[in-house]
Ligand binder design. Structure first.
Ligand code: TRP
Length: 354
């Protein structure tokens, strides 16, 4: 189930929830794997929403470095990747003073809760998980137990803070459903400790960022020339945008746009001003459109959008003392919340002998 912002606030369960919370903000938790560079799809699909949430909720945003060990056992580049993902998120507006921004491996309580939850997770359901089956296909030489219990670790991340709202994309819904199952089994067996976590996004902001080759969305792994990364240089951005597919233009007024042209307009709506968009919409309607000009404009607007972010990322990456401080402050906040939960967990499980 995906709860949209407005319907969530208007819903009866929320009202009851709100009364019980007595003015306390709902808790939001999400994780980001430190595998690769962030792109425009990550920005408009996720990070921009996190930035808004940090003002409205109590937020925990975590770099899932332990999860990355299930697929990337070679840790040579882990430090650089963790630094980059932190720097990119901060450069996009995540504020380490507002949200808890931390690394999974800095919060040892995660591993303890993961162990307890493993006793409540069944081999059959883990083997049926879509992401597990994908990984078995992708890395048949390394089907490790961590891969099998990946959703258990993810559930531990979330419920460690007793979070109820999890901003994630569609690909994570099955993991969330499993987290709800583990929560229900735990609560049923040992007493009510955890709320059921739900997928959560601002419905009006669920934008898909189309790729530049007219097929699908921008993504980490697929066609890199069709994806704009926050780390791309100005020239690379221009090159990628200018290569986007177009055609001879419409031959009749008010024609429908083919997908790849619609996508260019969608990208323009993310970064260009209204006057620019209106001009090219009109040119399209009147069959005057010059796609070369449109792409040049889009490229410049993309450069103006991405290059300040890229600059901030570079500044942050150059300041290891600041990054260390961010990780320490984040871990401190996360551990405080984790410790309180684990006291409840051990007590309710009967792991208390004196
Ligand atoms: N599995 C998530 C992904 O691949 C990352 C993740 C790890 C996560 N722990 C989480 C997401 C907790 C939400 C909540 O994107």
């Amino acid at each position: 189930m995906n709860i949209s912002f407005s319907s969530f606030y208007n819903s009866f369960p929320f009202l009851i929830f709100a009364v019980f919370m007595e003015g306390k903000k709902p808790i939001v938790m999400s994780g980001i794997r430190p595998t690769g560079f962030l792109h425009l799809g990550n920005y408009f699909g996720a990070i921009r929403n996190y930035v808004r949430m940090q003002d409205e909720f109590e937020c925990f945003f975590m770099v899932a470095d332990l999860h990355s060990l299930t697929t990337h056992p070679d840790t040579r580049h882990l430090k650089a990747n963790v630094h980059r993902v932190l720097a990119e998120n901060i450069a996009c507006g995540l504020d380490p003073e507002k949200a808890a921004l931390y690394c999974q491996s800095h919060v040892y309580e995660t591993s303890e809760l993961y162990l307890y939850l493993n006793m409540l997770a069944y081999k059959g359901e883990l083997e049926k998980t879509a992401t597990f089956k994908d990984k078995v296909r992708l890395q048949p030489e390394n089907v490790n137990a961590g891969l099998l219990t990946y959703p258990v670790l993810q559930a531990a991340d979330i419920i460690l803070h007793r979070a109820s709202l999890v901003p994630v994309g569609k690909d994570q819904e099955q993991h969330l459903e499993m987290a709800r199952n583990f929560v229900n089994r735990f609560n049923h067996r040992y007493g009510d400790v955890f709320p059921e976590p739900q997928a959560f996004n601002y419905s009006e902001q669920l934008v898909k960022v189309p790729s530049l080759d007219g097929t699908g969305k921008m993504s980490k792994s697929e066609n890199q020339m069709a994806t704009l990364y926050l780390a791309d240089t100005d020239d690379m951005i221009r090159k990628k945008v200018m290569k986007a597919k177009t055609d001879m233009g419409p031959s009749e007024p008010n024609s429908e746009k083919p997908d790849y042209i619609e996508n260019l307009f969608l990208l323009m709506k993310l970064v260009s001003g209204n006057d620019v968009i209106n001009k090219f919409e009109n040119d399209y309607k009147n069959c005057h459109i010059r796609y070369g000009d449109m792409k040049k404009q889009l490229a410049e607007d993309m450069v103006n959008f991405i290059s300040p972010i890229r600059g901030r990322v570079e500044d942050i990456l150059g300041d290891e003392i600041y990054l260390k401080q961010v990780m320490e402050v984040g871990a401190e906040k996360a551990r405080k919340s984790a410790k309180a939960t684990m006291l409840l967990v051990r007590e309710s499980m009967g792991l208390k002998y004196f």
